[in-house]
Design a protein around this ligand. Structure first.
Ligand SMILES: Cc1cc2nc3c(=O)[nH]c(=O)nc-3n(C[C@H](O)[C@H](O)[C@H](O)COP(=O)(O)OP(=O)(O)OC[C@H]3O[C@@H](n4cnc5c(N)ncnc54)[C@H](O)[C@@H]3O)c2cc1C
Length: 482
């Protein structure tokens, strides 16, 4: 008789949310986690980066306080205190997740799980981390099995880890992944960030605010290349205005040891850069090392991600997979939604996941958020596209905030004016995108957005104003010349 109805392997935003939902559906649930609960998101991803970015934002605001009539002198920051604040927030949240798991009756087993059959694992003890006090993340090969667990159903929720960059010098001291960057105790004087997507761009923004001389090297022709082109171009311009060097269409070919590291950049703007730290912000691979996946019979794609259907089934009966390890969209909220869906399916509730509306945010300065199709994607999908833009500078609330950079862009169908995508760069973008996501979920049109009374003065008015611009009836910007 299996010990649990459901065993979840991995306690990140996918796994712990699935465990909570399954327990609330009345299942007996076990969860194996080799580190602190919360996964990458709470420990080495979403939360710690945003905590530090918030410190950077406060520093930036206080540095410019005179503009607001607030007089401060000798504004400085204490990077140790920034890290301490971050650690405190991470601890509160991970303790909170542990408390929720307890309160819902989930049995948490600490250790490294290795499959010994489709629905059975051995749990191995793991040692302490050489990098993170209190976390066994980089433990050497697990010791002997301490416990065998079996369940009727299992969910693989082991997430992802940084991929190794296949270039000479990638293993030198001073070359860090995003995980390793949390170990930096000082702000590097010269920082080279490899990769200008969300993770790389956030670190670049953070350290530039704290005074590093930052260069971002990005293979594609713009930063955040998954975003609408206008957004990537605008972020590049903004970074350059802040003194960040942006080398797009470029690759790092090698890194050589030395007093400073020597970074060889190839491409149209080839050069050699000196760096105290090189931060590799590109590439994630599925976290399936030493997981014994072969014992389950699960198949993976060419990159090793586990293939699942819209009910998160792997194709092997009773074995499900969720989150980053499925490679679908490496975002915490996608992992959590997959977790809720898988738990419901396992508990016998009809559920399917729909990936049409996935908002995403990048917490650079200026902030970025988007949902739905970019203009290029909409055109490629055969839509007759109407693209409308509205600048934050034309909003009263932006002016009062002292943050007028950026714009909203709505991509809509020309004929029916249905919202196909919303793209924002500017203040509070990550919160404002919710209106875009709701508009897409409800299949709203520009007319419906424009007809919805928005409170004044708010940053949220930008949704209504952009829709009005799209309808050719802008109120607070001049109409386009015909
Ligand atoms: C720097 C950075 C910033 C990010 N910022 C954002 C953001 O702002 N918003 C956003 O949506 N996403 C962000 N992400 C992505 C987000 O962190 C991931 O999408 C999310 O954590 C994936 O959740 P998951 O549950 O699939 O896996 P994970 O969070 O990776 O959790 C997997 C868990 O499984 C455990 N585990 C693995 N193998 C085993 C095993 N064999 N036995 C026991 N336990 C095991 C791991 O210890 C880990 O705790 C960021 C990522 C990074 C790196």
């Amino acid at each position: 008789m299996p010990e649990f109805d459901l065993l979840v392997v991995g306690g990140g935003p996918g796994g712990y949310v699935a465990a909570l939902r399954a327990a609330q559906r009345g299942l007996s649930v076990g969860l194996v986690e080799k580190e602190r609960p919360g996964g990458v998101c709470l420990n080495w991803g979403c939360i710690p980066t945003k905590a530090m970015l918030r410190s950077a934002e406060v520093f930036q605001t206080v540095s410019a306080a005179a503009e607001f009539g607030v007089l401060t002198e000798n504004v400085r920051f204490d990077f140790g205190a920034v890290r301490q604040r971050k650690d405190g927030i991470v601890k509160e949240l991970t303790d909170g997740v542990a408390g929720l798991l307890r309160a819902n009756g989930v049995t948490v087993v600490e250790g490294h799980a290795r499959f010994v059959g489709p629905t059975a694992v051995e749990v191995h003890e793991v040692g302490p981390s050489p990098i993170f006090p209190g976390g066994p993340r980089y433990a050497a090969a697990p010791a002997a099995a301490i416990r065998r667990l079996e369940a009727r159903d299992v969910i693989v929720a082991t997430g992802s880890v940084p991929a190794r960059l296949p270039i000479p010098g990638a293993d030198l001291p001073g070359v860090v992944t995003s995980d390793g960057a949390f170990g930096l105790t000082e702000v590097p004087r010269r920082l080279v960030v490899i990769g200008g997507s969300a993770v790389g761009a956030e670190w670049a923004s953070l350290f530039a605010t704290f005074g590093s001389e930052v260069t971002v090297v990005e293979l594609q022709d713009r930063l955040v290349p998954l975003e609408d082109k206008d957004i990537g171009v605008a972020l590049g311009r903004s970074f350059e205005q802040r003194g960040i060097t942006v080398l797009t269409g470029s690759t790092v070919e090698s890194i050589a040891a030395g007093g400073p590291l020597r970074v060889a950049v190839g491409g149209p703007r080839a050069r050699e850069l000196d760096a105290d730290v090189v931060l590799v912000g590109v590439g994630r691979r599925p976290n399936t090392a030493d997981l014994g996946l072969e014992a389950t019979g699960i198949t993976t794609d060419a990159r090793g991600f586990i293939e699942v259907d819209d009910q998160l089934r792997t194709g092997v009966e009773h074995v499900y997979a969720i989150g980053d390890v499925t490679g679908r969209a490496l975002l915490a909220h996608v992992a959590s939604h997959q977790g809720l869906t898988a738990a419901d399916v396992i508990a016998g509730h009809p559920a399917h996941i729909d990936y049409t509306v996935i908002p995403a945010a990048t917490f650079t300065h200026p902030e970025i958020a988007s949902v739905g199709l970019t203009e290029e994607q909409a055109r490629a999908a055969g839509h007759d596209v109407l693209a409308a833009k509205f600048p934050f500078a034309a909003l009263g609330r932006s002016r009062t905030f002292g943050d007028t950079e950026g714009f909203m862009k709505i991509v809509a169908g020309q004929r029916h004016r249905e919202v196909l995508g919303v793209h924002i760069i500017g203040p509070a973008a990550s919160d404002l995108i919710t209106e875009g996501a709701l508009a897409m979920s409800l299949e709203a049109t520009l007319d419906e957005l424009a007809d919805t009374i928005h409170a004044h003065p708010t940053l949220g008015e930008i949704g209504m104003e952009t829709a009005l611009a799209g309808l050719g009836l802008p109120v607070h910007i001049a109409p386009r010349k015909r």
